[in-house]
Every structure is written in C-alpha cells, then in structure tokens.
Design a binder for this molecule. Structure first.
Ligand code: ADP
Ligand code: 3PG
Ligand code: MG
Length: 374
C-alpha cells in the first residue's frame, strides 16, 4: 500500500518542531498496519530544489515511529534501488517512510515516468495528504494514473468537515476572516460572500476595508492593491459585513511598547493597528452567539507577539464556546490556536494551509478530483 501523507512539518535544529501533521496521519497508517498491509509512506518536506539534506525526512521517520508506537524504516530515496530494497524487506503491518519526494524535481513537474516509478512500489494508492491536495504533483495526482486510488481517513475527515461547514451548514453560517492581505484571499472572500449570513473581518485585512471607506489607518499594514476589491465586497455584502469598531495600536510592532486603543475610523498618524479592541471583541462575540456554523481563517492581530493576541484569543474563546459547528483552517491560524491554548476546543482544525484556502474559495482540489475519477 503506497500512502501519500503530508508530513511537511516545521523543523528546528534538525528536529520536528510541531508534530501536528504527523499525528494527523496516524489513524490511516494504524488502520493499514492493523490490516496487515505493507505500508509505504511518501511525503514532501519544504521546498527543496533537488537534494537538500537539511530537508531530509529522516527525523520525521523517528517522530512518526513515536506516534505509531512502531519502528518506522527509512529509505534514502523515494524511487530506485534504495526504495525498492526498503520495500522488499517489509513485513505485513510494518511501515517504511521514503525520502522527500521533492528531492526529484519530477515530482512537482508531475512527470509521468516518475509517477510510474513511485507507483511501481505498491499495489494500491492511498491519498491521505489533504494539505497537499491542491498540488498537481506526481506523488499526489500522478500515481493515481497507475494504481487504484482511494482516500485515507484524514483526507476523508478533512473533506467531511469542510463539506459540512460550507455546503450544507447549520444556519446561521458565520465566517471570521483575518490575516494580513486581502489580495491573497479575494477569491475566498467572494465565495464566502455568497454563502454566509455574516462575514466578520479582523487582522490587517480589516485595515484595508477601513482605508477603502476613507478612514484614517495611520501606519497600519494596508494591502493597497486590494482597495477596490474590498469596496466591491463591501457593496455586495452590506450589513452582513462586520468590521472592527476599535483597534489596539502601537508605534512599533514589537513587545514592550505602549499601546493605545483607537476608534477603527481614526487610527492616528504614526500608530499601527496590531489587534482588534475590546469593543470589537464584544461586537464579534454578539454576532457569534447563536451561530449554527462558524468558519474561522486568519488571526485577528499579530499573534506572533503575545501582547497583540488578546483579540484573537477572546474571539477564539467566543467561537469555541458558541455551541456552533466550528471549523478552523489556515497554517497561521492553527498555530495561533495552539499558542493561545485553544487547541481541542473546535469541532475541527484543518491540517491544510493553501489547500483549505482553495476549498474555501470554492475551487475543486486536484487531489479530490483524481479520487472522484478513481
Ligand atoms: P493563515 O495562514 O491562517 O491563512 P494568514 O497567513 O492570512 O493566516 O495571516 C497570518 C498573518 O497575519 C500573521 O503573520 C499575522 O501577524 C498577520 N496579521 C494579522 N493581523 C495583523 C495586523 N493587524 N497587522 C499586521 N499583520 C497582521
Ligand atoms: C503546506 O504546507 O501547505 C503543504 O504541505 C503544501 O506545501 P507547498 O505549499 O510547499 O506545496
Ligand atoms: Mg499564513
């Protein structure tokens, strides 16, 4: 059984710094082990251009072994003699992790011959790498041309969660969107605008909407390329668009600076909005009370700095305590949820970054499309 997981985890000093994605792969792998499969796992790590030992999956194999309570063997290449010899030594129920598929540029090129080489290692293809399902790469979609393919448990859980939240949500459906740039999320905002009962905006994203309305935004981060798009979304949504009414600002975006709260319509010159203010938290919480479904992507402030994360934490608490079906997505959002002690309090936290955003944009994910074909 050849399994594509997304074990693209952050490393620090050569060790796994956050094992969330490794743990998320466990249900599928344990299930295959229990059924006596020969489990061959492939993944990418980072964005190497060719072989780069600092992006070897070797430390991930160790961590995966800990998560599975089994020895995980490692093959120093994902194709060719090294991979084949690793596979030939497998026992029923044992697990082999192949080296980073991106050490071969053919993976990202979705090269058919490379996909065929990968496919030759197994008899069935299990696509479990939801977080890579927006990539048209050999190890994600290419292999499915050569082997019978099916979805793993993580893939299934992710798609069920997104489907439940967006395609047949318990109403009212409310989206909370933050982060830095409107331009990277225009597709998402436009898609959500057609579906949600309310769209709550925070983070630097709110600054662009406020600037678009002619308000003073001081030195806050603005996405100047997206002013027009913000105005358009405002027009489409009218009362359903909910923006902050006050903002916490600083003169320098670092710890230990004096903070001031401004009305959202007037952040004074020289000040930078770094979080939503207490009145905005109350306003957002009022909207979230009584929601049937809440989708959250994007921190509502610069959560990398603890002093600027109170708004995100308070709104996160309101989402978690709302009684609604709650779906959280986005790399930085998931990290913020962990850092703020909110882990385990939502119905589902997606392991996807870009893939989740593309789903929220209403795009069909290539990885999902190949599974449908299969
Ligand atoms: P995700 O990865 O969850 O989709 P984004 O990448 O869109 O989220 O947004 C996260 C980034 O947005 C963080 O780096 C955070 O510092 C930044 N951000 C949020 N609010 C502000 C703000 N007011 N000013 C500047 N950056 C902000
Ligand atoms: C991610 O971290 O979003 C996925 O692992 C995909 O990685 P990529 O953006 O390098 O393709
Ligand atoms: Mg991000």
């Amino acid at each position: 059984m050849l399994v594509r997981e997304d074990l693209n985890v952050p490393l620090k000093d050569g060790q796994v710094a956050d094992a969330t994605r490794i743990k998320a792969a466990v249900p599928t792998l344990k299930d295959l082990q229990a059924r006596g499969a020969y489990v061959i796992v492939m993944s990418h790590l980072g964005r190497p251009k060719g072989v780069d030992q600092s992006l070897s999956l070797r430390p991930v194999a160790q961590e995966l072994g800990r998560a599975l309570w089994t020895e995980v063997k490692f093959a120093y290449d994902c194709v060719g003699p090294q991979a084949q010899s690793g596979v030939s030594r497998l026992q029923p129920g044992s697990v082999l992790l192949l080296e980073n598929v991106r050490f071969h540029p053919e993976d990202e090129a979705n090269d058919p011959a490379f996909a065929q080489q990968l496919a030759s290692l197994g008899e069935i293809f299990c696509l479990d790498a939801f977080a890579s399902s927006h990539r048209v790469h050999a190890s994600v979609v290419g292999v499915a041309q050569y082997l019978p393919a099916y979805a793993g448990r993580l893939m299934e859980a992710e798609l069920n969660a997104l489907h439940a939240a967006l395609d047949y949500p318990k109403k009212p459906l409310i989206a909370v969107i933050g982060g830095a740039k409107v331009s990277t999320k225009i597709g998402l905002l436009n898609n959500l605008a057609t579906r949600v009962d309310a769209l709550i905006i925070g983070g630097a994203m709110a600054n662009t909407f406020l600037k678009a309305q002619g308000h003073n935004t001081g030195n806050s981060l603005i996405d100047d390329t997206a002013i027009e798009a913000a105005n358009q979304i405002w027009k489409t949504m009218g009362q359903r668009l909910v923006l902050p009414v006050d903002l916490v600002a600083t003169q320098q975006t670092m710890s230990g600076q004096p903070l001031r709260v401004f009305p959202a319509t007037n952040v004074e010159a020289g000040w930078i909005a770094v979080d939503i203010g207490p009145q905005s938290v109350n306003l957002f919480a009022q909207h979230l009370q009584g929601a049937g479904t809440i989708v959250w992507n994007g921190p509502l402030g610069i959560t990398e700095v603890p002093e600027f994360s109170a708004g995100t934490k308070a709104v996160g608490e309101a989402i978690a305590g709302s009684g609604a079906y709650t779906l959280v997505g986005g790399g930085d959002t998931a990290a913020a949820v962990d850092a703020l002690g909110l882990a385990g309090r939502f119905s589902f936290v997606s392991t996807g970054g870009g893939a989740t955003l593309e789903y929220l944009e209403g795009k069909e994910l290539p990885g999902v499309a190949v599974l449908k074909e299969a």
